[in-house]
Design a protein. Structure first.
Length: 388
């Protein structure tokens, strides 16, 4: 036998042996309960195709694979967002969106209910009111969860005028024409209370919140003290809260964050500050960026914290946009107060602890005019006393 033929036979036998060994290894892995990820997905996909009784959306299944992978971190702040979810997320943080200026909810009986109407919005001009039930938007009849979300999406994306039908809370029915436009969502409202005390409520730290806060302070010129209401504020942009803190605090560190690598990034305030008595209202739903501002004011002794212990979110997320429009949001750092305290899982205790009545709810914010209920709001009443 020639050397060339002998080599070919030997090489072929080696390849055959490799294939057999590889297949045996896969077989042993399957017997041992170990299945390669791609094979396991194929098995599950085949089981669904052959057995699942309802219609299947392959695109939705794939999205849940990505969402599940990130969820495997066990971190409630790290998430995967579809392209549509990421778009809505960016709109919410930018403080503006395309729509008619209403907040809606899906009721238990699958109706669209108007929770709030923004001042000066197309919805207000069309006569929509808080408490209205909407039957239809354009050609979309609202009778289940899918049609509800279809209607919400239509309102945001429609480039033409459309009809809305429904009934007011008094039982009278309505049919109005309106159209979507860019809506600036108020995140700051303010008023002057008795005793020459300024009251500023911040509902979220969005891209345009610092500008709204500056407008509020300017409008309250001459106030003898300031109450900053951060109750139910879930947070927002770190850059935004630091801009606001810079307006309030003297020169020094506002906060610093520390990354996985050990790198630290500092956010500082300049020497200009609000030179007047300050009280900050917080509760268990004051989180993240709200706690950055609260912690800095407390560490500097620049104000009195009134209310209940804050939420305790001392971590920072970054969003990584993917080429298909989706996004992965990951916890990338921890933040610290000026005194080097990380409040993750702990929260910030108030200087003066006051609980709100169980039946008390904060009013909605639909424009820059605040309407606080000083008489029934025990926490606000205490803040007034502290500054009085």
């Amino acid at each position: 036998m020639s050397k060339k033929k002998s080599f070919a036979l030997g090489f072929g036998a080696a390849c055959l042996c490799f294939i057999v060994i590889y297949n045996i290894r896969i077989g042993l892995n399957l017997l041992n309960g170990v299945i390669p990820v791609d094979k396991k997905i194929s098995i599950i996909e085949k089981l669904i195709d052959e057995n699942y009784v309802e219609d299947v959306s392959q695109e939705e299944l794939k999205e849940y694979i990505y969402a599940g992978y990130v969820a495997g971190l066990g971190d409630k702040y790290s998430t995967y967002m579809t392209a549509e979810e990421f778009k809505s997320f960016k709109e919410s943080l930018n403080g503006s969106y395309s729509g008619i200026g209403i907040q809606v909810s899906l009721t238990e009986d699958k109706n669209m209910k108007v929770e709030d109407v923004y001042s000066g919005s197309p919805a207000e001009k069309a006569g929509l009111l808080q408490g209205d039930i909407i039957y239809s938007v354009g050609d979309i009849e609202i009778n289940d969860e899918n049609s509800y979300y279809d209607a919400v999406s239509f309102i945001k994306t429609s480039g033409e005028a459309f009809n809305i039908k429904g009934r007011h809370s008094d039982g009278s029915e309505f049919s109005v024409m309106t159209s979507s436009e860019d809506i600036d969502v108020p995140s700051v409202c303010y008023t002057m209370l008795e005793g020459n005390l300024g009251y500023v409520r911040i509902t979220e730290f969005e891209a345009n919140t610092a500008e709204q806060f500056d407008e509020a302070v300017e409008a309250l010129e001459g106030m003898g003290g300031l109450i900053i209401d951060l109750r139910n504020n879930p947070g927002g942009f770190l850059t935004t809260v630091n801009d606001i803190a810079d307006t309030i605090l003297p020169e020094g560190t506002i906060t610093y964050i520390e990354y996985k690598s050990g790198e630290k990034k500092y956010y500082d305030s300049d020497e200009s500050c609000l030179d007047l008595p300050i009280a900050v209202l917080v509760n268990g739903s004051s989180a993240s960026a709200s706690e950055v501002l609260t912690g800095a004011i407390k560490d500097y002794g620049a104000g009195t914290i009134v209310g209940t212990t804050t939420y305790g979110k001392g971590v920072v997320q970054d969003s990584y946009a993917l080429s298909d429009g989706s996004c992965v949001k990951l916890t990338v750092a921890k933040y610290y107060t000026p005194n080097g305290i990380c409040i993750q899982g702990e929260g910030i205790d108030p200087d003066v602890e006051v609980f709100a009545p169980e039946s008390f709810t904060l009013p909605s914010v639909t424009d820059s005019k605040a309407e606080p209920d000083v008489e029934n709001d025990t926490q606000l009443k205490k803040a007034v006393e502290v500054l009085g």
